[in-house]
Design a protein around this ligand. Structure first.
Ligand code: GLV
Ligand code: MN
Ligand code: MN
Length: 412
């Protein structure tokens, strides 16, 4: 079997997909079920059809593109990632795993390889939490980690429910039908950019992921009292933004002093009401994103944040309401899939690093229903979730080649 990755086609396709965006290039913004996302999905389906794959879409819009194996009863080997992008993102996060997965399948087809197990490209809906506040919506539902009822209660910033939004996007069927049956996949592999600097720093071209860190996120609403910026004297103030500032710094301190470099905490959203120069902020909404490779340490930071909320609301006479949106356990990748990826690296004489994913991925949830592992390629300076995110053509092609080799070994 001679595997040949069509690097130029793959790079062209990455550029084409990046051009379907709500942000000015080089930034990419593609929020789930917006016209840009729907257009990108249609574009991608056309590429899968050109490759002769059989398409299926479930009720939340997870898209499956299948190359049927000779044994129709054997579980499939899956690969894939996501194409939604946070505001002001780059063009590689998720996309490398989707278009790299497609290219890997085309390379296998072209080599004359014929799989026994079907090989399936899986494009997850809304890996990013931008619209509904919770990441990995599609894979949570596929794996049964989020119940259909809980999903139906999720609303976007315009108070539109998932049911309304997905129906408008033309999706039929019921969320109850999304969960995959046990044993659906023999193995699942996600190719992704590292989103961190370790591979680049160590000049190692590939990472085989053995664990995925545990993410949690919270929504926080702080209510104080508004008023005239000139008239209300300082001792009388109950400024919600000042309270938020204290809380943000308390969270930063909790993460910095956890005792491990693996603890991270981020406040990425801070909305101030009413948002006028001469008006005291009466309400602030915050997001908090807290992660660790160790569940107890991660939960310790959540506890410290709760303690800070109590102390700040007492000292500043504000009310602080927190809502835990998700607190997921870390994932351990399947040793047999880690080994298959490692062997494929060795076969192609590529150095690789066994590593932890500090970002979360749909694989976190796929690992609950299928033997799962991930393959990382370097990205420049470790940058991700920003417009200057970059992975080199060589690294993208190398990752795709090793993915193709692994899919072949697992599906024969
Ligand atoms: C995924 O995009 C993450 O935030 O880790
Ligand atoms: Mn992302
Ligand atoms: Mn991603």
């Amino acid at each position: 079997m001679k595997l040949q990755i069509d690097r130029d086609r793959l790079l062209r396709e990455i550029e084409s997909l990046a051009s379907i965006s709500d942000a000015e290039a080089p930034a990419v913004t593609r929020i789930v079920f917006t016209p840009a996302d729907l257009k990108a999905r249609a574009w991608l389906r056309a590429r899968c059809e050109e490759a002769g794959l059989t398409l299926r879409q479930d009720a939340i819009g997870n898209t499956f593109a299948r190359w049927a194996g000779s044994d129709s009863k054997a579980p499939a080997v899956g690969t894939g990632s996501h194409i939604d992008a946070i505001p002001n993102a780059g063009k590689y996060d998720g996309v490398v795993g989707v278009l790299g997965g497609l290219e890997a399948m085309r390379a296998l087809q072209q080599s004359g390889f014929r799989p026994k197990h079907s090989i399936e490209l899986l494009v997850f809906t809304s890996e990013e939490p931008t619209r509904f506040g919770i990441g990995c919506l599609g894979s949570r539902l596929l794996s049964g980690s989020l119940s259909p009822d809980a999903a139906k209660r999720l609303k976007d910033g315009d108070s539109e429910s998932i049911e309304e939004v997905r129906r408008k996007a033309g999706l039929r069927g019921e969320l109850e039908e999304v969960k995959l049956p046990n044993g659906y996949y023999k193995a699942f592999i996600e190719l992704h950019i590292e989103q961190g600097p370790l591979l680049e720093r160590q000049q190692i071209p590939l990472g085989v992921v053995t664990h995925i860190a545990a993410p949690a996120s919270l929504r926080v609403v702080i209510e104080g009292a508004g008023g005239h910026a000139g008239g209300v004297l300082m001792p009388d103030r109950r400024d919600a933004l000042c309270a938020a500032a204290e809380l943000i710094l308390a969270l930063e301190t909790a993460a910095r002093t956890s005792g491990a470099i693996d603890t991270v905490a981020t406040v990425g959203i801070c909305e101030v009401f009413p948002g006028a120069v001469n008006s005291i902020p009466s309400r602030v909404r915050l997001s908090a994103d807290i992660r660790d490779t160790d569940l107890r340490r991660r939960d310790g930071v959540i506890k410290s944040m709760e303690n800070a909320c109590n102390a700040i609301s007492a000292s500043r006479q504000v009310t602080i309401h927190t809502e835990l949106l998700n607190a997921d356990a870390p994932a351990e990748c399947a040793p047999e899939v880690v080994e298959a990826l490692s062997q494929a690296c060795r076969k192609h004489e590529q150095k690789f690093l066994l590593m932890i994913s500090r970002a979360y991925h749909d694989s976190l949830f796929m690992s609950r229903i299928a033997p799962t592992a991930m393959l990382f390629i370097p990205c420049r300076n470790g940058y991700s979730h920003r417009p200057d995110e970059y992975a080199s053509p060589e690294d993208i092609a190398r990752g795709t080649l090793v993915l193709a080799e692994t899919l072949a070994q697992l599906s024969k």
